[in-house]
Design a protein around this ligand. Structure first.
Ligand SMILES: Nc1ncnc2c1ncn2[C@@H]1O[C@H](COP(=O)(O)OP(=O)(O)OP(=O)(O)O)[C@@H](O)[C@H]1O
Length: 200
């Protein structure tokens, strides 16, 4: 379980929520309400207070790189630092299945500069999954994708869920949580507010 208790920064919180392994939770809410900042605080990219725990292990007990491998964030805009796609992966990574799943089996040989925004985003998700995280934080994972590619990414998210990964995603697509059988939380002014019929 990914458990977040009293997470706060100067701009968000306190935020508390828990995502069981094998479950998906979605953060919805207006632009600028703090959804991305919540994901960034969970992986400790911005100074924050509060307790974040994966299963029984507290974030504070782990070196940051190890925490960010186990709790992987795919931001809305991915960063690429080398010319070719393959330079962003460990040579030993088992990628064939993941690349097939996003219908980009040849992409390792491509130059990053030629990628479309949707290809870039699908490959950023593959990059996070290649490290076999225990929890996956996805910031608008399908915002740049057409209907077909959205279906591919949603299938990949469901597959991760079936493998026992805890998934927390941000979306503006109000129908997406239902397609993913995900729990829903609404963010307003940096805090979670209750949705009708949904307990916080
Ligand atoms: N480093 C920063 N310094 C000051 N304000 C910031 C900083 N980063 C983000 N903000 C502000 O915090 C608020 C929340 O930002 P955040 O990116 O979390 O919104 P969001 O809910 O993800 O929005 P969207 O749906 O548009 O992506 C915004 O008003 C943003 O301008």
């Amino acid at each position: 379980m990914l458990a977040i208790e009293d997470l706060r920064t100067p701009l968000i919180g306190p935020v508390s929520l828990a995502v069981e392994r094998g479950q998906i939770s979605a953060l919805l809410g207006p632009s600028g309400s703090g959804k991305s900042l919540i994901l960034r605080a969970i992986v400790d990219l911005d100074p924050n207070e509060g307790t974040v725990t994966l299963d029984v292990q507290e974030r504070a007990s782990m070196p940051a790189p190890e925490w960010r491998r186990r709790v992987a964030l795919v931001p809305a805009e991915s960063g690429w630092w080398a010319d070719r796609v393959c330079d962003h992966f460990d040579a030993e990574s088992e990628l064939a299945g993941l690349l097939e799943a996003v219908e980009l089996p040849e992409a390792l040989d491509w130059y990053v500069a030629r990628l479309s925004s949707g290809e870039r985003h699908r490959l950023a998700i593959v990059r996070a999954l290649a490290n076999r995280p225990d929890a996956l934080l996805l910031d608008e994972p399908t915002a740049t994708l057409d209907e077909h590619a959205t279906g591919l990414v949603e299938a990949l998210i469901r597959d991760q869920c079936e493998r026992g990964v805890a998934v927390l995603l941000v979306t503006h697509d109000e129908a997406q949580p239902a397609r993913l059988s995900a729990g829903r939380h609404r963010v307003e002014r940096g805090r979670l507010v209750s949705l009708p019929g949904v307990a916080l």
